[in-house]
Design a protein around this ligand. Structure first.
Ligand code: ADP
Ligand code: MG
Length: 247
């Protein structure tokens, strides 16, 4: 017959570690406050669920490779007048655009907060249970190029399907010779209407012929990207420069 003595062992066997940890304290509280059996059990279950949620989020954050500290809370909207705060907030709090596999493209010169905003939206989406991956576009292109050489490009691209949102930082840094292999085009085609992308770019679309092997492919890639997309143009001065100027 199971009893109070074997309960911790049973909880351990069932991998209910938060219940186990809180058992003694919660039992005392339940006795003091004359809880019903259901309330006691519900309390312990809630603690277990809360701990699992926190652990899952921590795991997802680690896996996402998101840079640390770039959240909406640390973004100063007052010094970024060309950014529509309500729109950024909506993209952070809302998951429907991710479910619809829509994209977000953020244009702007260097240092205006493109990466910061992309990352902040990424964190908010993780909080809401979406799996995401942040990567510099160049690093991903190099990885995909290697995969192509080894005839496993489609497997490598398919591996990214598990991420509901893929953040490609600095697409414009892809070099012409890297572009020749067209792996980026294949990635964009693969994600079209199946998974969201956030892309940050220093160059406007008109200069994207450097990122793809030829103009036709650039046009085809842009077509797919913008079909279901929000586009931000940030026209600020560099945040770092502004900070330096105000000192
Ligand atoms: P970009 O990607 O446009 O080149 P970043 O997002 O890397 O620019 O921003 C450059 C630096 O300035 C980062 O450290 C970022 O956190 C910070 N930054 C930029 N804009 C803001 C802002 N409005 N509020 C707070 N920090 C900002
Ligand atoms: Mg950046």
């Amino acid at each position: 017959m199971p009893d109070a003595v074997t309960l911790p062992l049973l909880l351990k066997t069932l991998h209910l570690s938060a219940m186990n940890q809180n058992l003694a304290e919660t039992t005392i509280l339940a006795e003091q406050e004359h809880w019903s059996y259901q309330k006691f059990l519900a309390e312990l279950c809630e603690q277990e669920a809360a701990m699992r949620y926190t652990k899952r989020i921590q795991r997802q954050i680690k896996e996402s490779k998101l840079p640390i500290g770039k959240t909406l809370a640390t973004f100063d909207f007052k010094s970024a007048k060309s950014i529509n705060q309500a729109h950024i907030q909506a993209l952070s709090e809302n998951t429907s655009w991710i479910e619809e596999a829509e994209n977000l493209i953020i244009f702007g010169p260097s240092g205006v907060g493109k990466t910061h905003l992309a990352v902040a939206i990424g964190y908010a989406q993780i909080e809401q249970g979406n799996k995401i991956l942040f990567t510099s576009t160049t690093a991903l292109v190099q990885k995909l190029q290697l995969a192509k050489k080894e005839l496993r490009l489609s497997q490598e691209i398919n591996k990214l399907d598990k991420y509901k949102l893929l953040i490609l930082d600095d697409i414009g840094y892809v070099k012409k010779d890297e572009a020749e292999t067209s792996v980026l085009f294949e990635l964009i085609s693969n994600r079209y209407e199946s998974g969201s992308l956030i892309i940050t770019a220093n160059q406007p679309f008109s200069e994207w012929d450097n990122i793809f092997p030829d103009n036709m492919m650039a046009v085809a890639a842009i077509d797919r990207l913008v079909h279901h997309a929000t586009i931000f143009n940030i026209s600020e001065q560099s945040y770092r420069r502004k900070q330096a100027d105000s000192k």
